[in-house]
Design a protein around this ligand. Structure first.
Ligand code: URP
Ligand code: ZN
Ligand code: ZN
Ligand code: ZN
Length: 467
């Protein structure tokens, strides 16, 4: 199948240009400047010509932080690999990197097998895995080497959730030493869970049980502190460090300082921290439970810092941390005890659109939008230039985006398998029109043409920012 996408504005991390794109099979075959006239020559040989006049032609989005079917607190996040990757495709994301979760007492390799079994044959778009390390011991540390060799070379650790995922500073140090020795990348959930658990216990003992307490018992200072501690441990071990779901200005300050000093420290933020706030957690009648995720939504004052961080590259990536739990059956588990509300929010479908609002508002340039949503995640997680750009030889993961269309986000129209939208009623400028995943048109003119099993596992190279 040869597809010609013509008359559009091709946007990559280096800028926008008037160009036509020829797709042959699963790859991008060629790119030609509009005035070269080459598209006229290609046109008769194309099986399909997509007219992208007035549209952006973007590399497919890469969401480097999702949790499909993730076990948490006795339940599972509501999107399967099939529903979650389908929703991602609808929103212009053509690659996800999901987290395999090591349960305490189990091995990394059996965990990886388990996650392959969940995803294999079920994904509508390409996917990779990170590994959540929750049980650091000699076997685990040895297995980290095997994971790196198997293309799963990023390891998430938790300074939060004592008794579940939490790792001590000593355990983190050991894992970082292993990462430094193997070229792996440690991804850190940086919140001081030991202190937080005390604040949570005090709130519950005082009868403060509403969802907003989730935010009040996880103050931004304890994200800043944990981020600084993770940075110190990374420095001591010579390990690179990637801070996940950064939400607080205090944490960003720590990242900025480390980067200014030349340390290999990177961070991502998520759309919910750019657009939602602790006011959403304080919604009455338990509605705040829809917004419970960790780190929690912050006061709005943090948001200008996050936008600035995205511009200065102290925040390099925007991922969703997509981890949906239904309001009705699942968030309900925490009525009367906010600490039992499953942590996580839906978002995999809306990342490209929400970030485009940053372009519309003048917070981000067009090129920077593509960079934080696609190109840098590809480089950070060893997928570039196969993914993350529009260039000859790259996978034909392409989004045709209408920058002037209007849409309203709603659970009534989204494709995620969850019964609410965190952005219900939000009006968006821009809309995904056509999506190609490895040369196959999976979304077009409001219809889904993809299917479970099209998506392939991506064995990733090492992080390309590290020498
Ligand atoms: O609340 C969240 N973020 N749930 C997903 C798990 C994690 O910590 O990323
Ligand atoms: Zn986390
Ligand atoms: Zn997460
Ligand atoms: Zn449900």
């Amino acid at each position: 199948m040869r597809i010609l996408i013509r008359n559009g504005t091709v946007v990559t991390a280096t800028g926008a240009s008037e160009a036509d794109v020829l797709v042959d099979g699963e790859r991008i075959a060629a790119l030609a400047a509009r005035d070269s006239g080459l598209a006229d020559a290609w046109s008769p040989t194309a099986d399909r010509v997509i007219d992208a006049a007035g549209r952006y032609v973007l590399p497919g989005g890469i969401d480097a932080h999702t949790h499909m079917e993730m076990p948490f607190g006795g339940t599972f996040s509501a999107d399967t690999f099939e529903t979650g990757t389908t929703a991602a495709a609808w929103g212009g994301t053509t690659t996800i990197i999901d987290f395999a979760v090591q349960a305490k007492g189990t091995s990394l390799l059996s965990t990886l097998d388990k996650w392959h079994a969940k995803a294999d044959g079920n994904c509508a778009i390409d996917y990779g895995f990170h590994m959540i390390v929750s049980d650091v011991n000699d076997t685990t540390l040895k297995e980290m080497e095997t994971c790196v060799d198997a293309g799963v070379n990023s390891f998430k650790m938790f300074m939060a959730y004592p008794g579940v995922f939490y790792a001590t500073d000593g355990e983190i140090l050991l894992a970082m030493q292993k990462a430094a020795a193997t070229g792996g990348l440690v991804m850190m959930h940086a919140e001081n869970g030991i202190a937080i658990d005390q604040l949570v216990a005090q709130a519950l003992a005082a009868g403060r049980t509403d969802p907003v307490q989730h935010g009040l018992t996880r103050p931004p200072e304890l994200e800043g502190e944990a981020t600084s501690r993770a940075i110190a441990l990374a420095k001591v071990t010579g390990s690179p460090l990637y801070i996940v779901h950064l939400s607080a200005a205090q944490a960003l300050d720590a990242v900025t300082e480390a980067r200014d000093a030349g340390q290999n420290v990177f961070a991502e933020t998520c759309p919910q921290y750019l657009y939602l706030s602790i006011e959403d957690l304080a919604r009455p009648d338990f509605e705040g439970a829809k917004y419970v995720a960790s780190p929690p939504l912050r006061p709005r004052e943090h948001q200008p810092s996050l936008w600035r961080g995205l511009r200065t590259n102290d925040l390099s990536v925007v991922s969703t941390d997509h981890c949906p739990f239904c309001f009705n059956e699942q968030k309900e588990l925490g009525r009367g005890d906010f600490a039992k509300i499953p942590n996580g929010m839906p978002g995999v479908e809306h990342r490209m659109d929400l970030l485009h609002q940053g372009v519309v508002a003048g917070e981000l340039s067009l090129a920077r939008w593509v960079e934080v949503a696609s190109t840098t995640p590809a480089r950070m997680f060893g997928l570039y230039p196969r993914k993350g750009t529009i260039a000859p030889g790259s996978d034909a993961d392409i989004v045709v985006y209408d920058p002037t269309a209007r849409q309203t986000l709603s659970a009534a129209t989204h494709h995620m398998n969850v019964d609410y939208s965190a952005y219900e009623g939000m009006e968006i400028t821009g809309r995904v029109e056509t999506v190609l995943s490895r040369g196959r048109v999976v979304v077009d003119a409001g219809a889904f043409h993809g299917g479970a099993g099209h998506g392939r596992f991506l064995e990733r190279e090492l992080c390309q920012y590290l020498s």
